[in-house]
Design a protein around this ligand. Structure first.
Ligand code: ZN
Length: 298
């Protein structure tokens, strides 16, 4: 999960442009609904920063269809709105367009309605509700919501810029490294920590982070074996982990699974002995087959 800043866009401007691009009947419905929709935008802005969800509103079928058509039927003003959101994300940090803010694993390529448009059609084109995420997260999240409390971290409203919600605990059990991820936070951020835990579970992130983390640890041990073939000392290990932690935090933010891994390893007392056992063990990966050329590509 990652903090992002909401784009500074004037919803009056893009909403009117989208309404004007619609056919007569839809346009008339949208013009009639406009004051209510604007009031609903304000309800969104009040609820989300408080880690709440705005109340569900039941609306008549034709109005709901007209609101959904604002997003489902492509128009030039809608494309311009998406481009403006992307430009804002890029201007804050290129990483925003390189890693999905929900998982920080894959590249974002799709638009997610944070509050699903089928249940909250009034937010079908509201820019804080349009998040640029990866295909996998979009698929896993589907149309989930809970009117009582947010189920997922919203990068603009749930994830603080400098407060950690994601944690990584590492321990050595019967000679094996056990890495686990969970969501939690101190004091005023405790409710955001609870949302983070739900977010992780629902997007099946702990298991995916674990697999990525195991690969990073094995790369780390390979590198340490190269520089410290006789084993690494406690201070050197701490320096390596601290440097990787700061680099990852600087590049990816304080809630990226990679940054949290280096932190988790630094706080695992048995990790030094575990790493040294791996470094000193003679079972360096096999290079059998290195001398055999590959067959020609056909
Ligand atoms: Zn994702």
């Amino acid at each position: 999960m990652r903090f992002q800043s909401v784009a500074e866009l004037d919803f009056n401007e893009y909403l009117d442009a989208i309404i004007q691009a619609k056919h007569l009947f839809t346009r008339a419905l949208l013009i009639a609904a406009r004051p209510d929709v604007i009031a609903r935008f304000q309800a969104y802005d009040l609820a989300l920063p408080q880690h709440q969800v705005p109340a569900l509103v039941v609306m008549d079928g034709p109005t709901k269809a007209a609101l959904l058509a604002c997003y489902n039927v492509g128009t030039i003003p809608l494309s311009e709105l998406k481009n403006a959101i992307l430009a804002s994300l890029l201007s804050h940090a290129p990483i925003n367009l390189q890693r999905c803010p929900y998982c920080m694993l894959n590249d974002p390529r799709t638009w997610d309605h944070y509050l699903p448009k089928d249940s909250y059609p009034e937010y079908s084109v509201y820019h804080p509700n349009l998040l640029y995420v990866c295909f996998g997260c979009n698929q896993r999240k589907r149309d989930d919501y809970d009117a009582a409390a947010p189920l997922y971290c919203h990068p603009y409203f749930t994830v603080p810029e400098a407060e950690t919600l994601l944690h990584c605990a590492v321990l050595v059990d019967a000679g094996a490294l056990v890495i686990s991820y969970y969501g939690a936070a101190y004091g005023a951020h405790a409710s955001a920590g609870d949302i983070a835990q739900r977010h992780l579970e629902r997007l099946q992130l702990p298991r995916r982070f674990q697999a990525e983390a195991a690969a990073l640890v094995s790369n780390l041990i390979g590198e340490l074996r190269h520089y410290f073939p006789k084993g690494v000392g406690a201070e050197a290990m701490k320096d390596v982990l601290r440097r990787r932690f700061s680099d990852a935090q600087e590049q990816l933010g304080c809630n990226a699974w990679d940054a949290r891994l280096w932190h988790g390893l630094a706080f695992c007392e048995e990790f030094l002995d575990y790493a040294n056992a791996q470094i000193i063990a003679a079972d360096v990966p096999s290079s059998d087959g290195f001398e055999i050329p590959a067959p020609k590509h056909r």
